[in-house]
Design a protein around this ligand. Structure first.
Ligand code: TRP
Length: 446
């Protein structure tokens, strides 16, 4: 297949599409609980450091491959490899990305389902007047109910797959336009409100005063994995979006804008959530339920709390939706390359992801004690290994391809910078980003 002529309509549209992929559960659900489990500020500092040293350069690498190839990830990789006289087997990197996002989407959809449940509950005013203990008990009761979780997981996947099958992400692009500023505003209101709570001081110290003794190998690995996850990086999903990037746009500038937007959303969510944690004397290391027990408590204190809470979950769901559409893209593209029609490819993927997601649903009830690796049940496994191992491995290979394998002239053109700018990016990727991933991964093995 030849090059695609399709382009995002404007520069802003490209930035919005990538921000839509980046901002999602990773910022508002995963970042706070990971920070809580990994020692607070120490994790935050490492995560931001990884975003700068790895995230930015590798994100440029991933998008520039798509932009230079103007094809699906597998075909772009094969085409650019051939052009440079390297083996077209590089295409399998696209398949690896597809496998990675498969596991990620399987739990992502389950957690998105929790948000559907909370949207409905809060719209019905079910949280009004509940004590913090009751909010926590509510969440536990929900997790123990596989039927309700299955319903929501199924509903969310259907919503995602129908958009992907119809190829109408253009409509979502416009939605994004409105959604992002609103989500921002709501998080900002929450964070400002947080400054008036008793726990605010403790929350700021927890988030911004690093305790170096909290840094362990696992914390470093988790922070690296999260940097990839939150930027939607390392699985060729952004490569797919890069294929439609307009010719004249500056890639480095777009990437920096996305990273700043992405990190600020996480910080605002962290301030809001940890203020509740410390005001209520809760445990920051509570785990994946953290957001679902803290936010209802926070909103309950605000006038019109139920309404705000339902608006918040609606916005979160829409942000999650744009991310899950991005997560689906590498899989659909792979199956389309194998000859399937878009609609069929989407149906096959939807069914497989649904089945894998069911293992996560049941990880909170009947299969809670079924351990796959070590002490990990299925949900524990898919929320860690694909993110902490597969994404960095994929990201390193993508970086190696962009900075060592493909024609460096083509790479410079696709990056859209002058020779000096290109050398800076190339040296960063070659001598900082790639070795850093390798060192962190290897040191974790031992
Ligand atoms: N970045 C998204 C989030 O933070 C998740 C995501 C979307 C993602 N697309 C991806 C993660 C591709 C890895 C790869 O919620």
């Amino acid at each position: 297949m030849g090059e695609t002529l399709e382009r995002w309509s404007t520069r802003r549209a490209f930035i919005l599409a990538v921000t839509g992929a980046a901002v999602g559960l990773g910022n508002i659900w995963r970042f706070p609980y990971m920070t809580g489990e990994n020692g607070g500020a120490a994790f935050l500092v490492l995560y931001v450091a990884f975003v700068i040293t790895l995230g930015l350069p590798v994100m440029m690498a991933e998008i520039l491959i798509g932009r230079a190839g103007r094809r699906s990830p597998m075909q772009s990789l094969a085409h650019l490899a051939r052009e440079a006289g390297a083996t077209p087997h590089w295409r399998w990197l696209g398949l690896f990305g597809g496998i990675t996002v498969f596991f990620i989407l399987s739990f992502y959809s389950v957690v998105a389902g929790w948000s559907i449940e909370y949207l409905i509950d809060s719209a019905n005013g079910n949280f009004a007047g509940l004590s913090p203990q009751e909010v926590g008990a509510n969440f536990d009761a929900f997790l123990a109910d596989p039927l309700r979780m299955t319903f929501n997981h199924t509903l969310f996947l259907l919503l995602t797959m129908s958009v992907v099958a119809a190829g109408v992400s253009g409509g979502l692009e416009k939605l994004n336009n409105l959604l992002m500023p609103l989500l921002y505003l709501l998080l900002l209101i929450l964070a400002i409100y947080a400054t008036t709570t008793d726990g605010f001081g403790a929350a700021m110290a927890w988030l911004f005063k690093p305790d170096p003794s909290a840094i362990t190998g696992t914390v470093v690995l988790n922070a690296m994995g999260h940097a990839f996850f939150t930027l939607a990086l390392g699985a060729c999903a952004l490569m797919a979006y890069g294929a439609y990037m307009p010719e004249e746009q500056s890639l480095p500038r777009a990437v920096v804008a996305v990273a700043i937007l992405d990190v600020t959303v996480a910080l605002l969510a962290g301030i809001a959530i940890f203020s509740v944690v410390f005001s209520q004397g809760m445990d920051p290391g509570e785990g994946p339920g953290l957001m679902f027990v803290t936010l209802p408590i926070a909103f309950a204190q605000l006038p019109g709390g139920s309404l705000w809470l339902s608006i918040f979950f609606l916005l979160l769901l829409l942000a999650t939706w744009t991310s899950s559409i991005n997560l689906t893209e590498p899989m659909v593209a792979t199956l389309q390359d194998a000859g399937l029609k878009r609609g069929h490819a989407t149906a096959v993927i939807g069914a497989l992801v649904w089945a894998a997601g069911m293992l996560s649903v049941l990880s909170f009830s009947t299969m809670a004690e079924v351990h796959w690796i070590g002490e990990m049940n299925f949900f524990d496994l898919v929320t860690t290994v694909p993110t902490d191992i597969f994404l960095p491995v994929g990201g390193a290979l993508i970086a190696i391809f962009a900075a060592w394998v493909m024609s460096q002239e083509t790479a410079q053109q696709a990056l859209g910078v002058d020779a000096k700018g290109f050398r800076l990016w190339q040296s960063l990727v070659r001598y900082v980003s790639i070795p850093l991933v390798v060192i962190v991964l290897i040191s974790d093995l031992f």
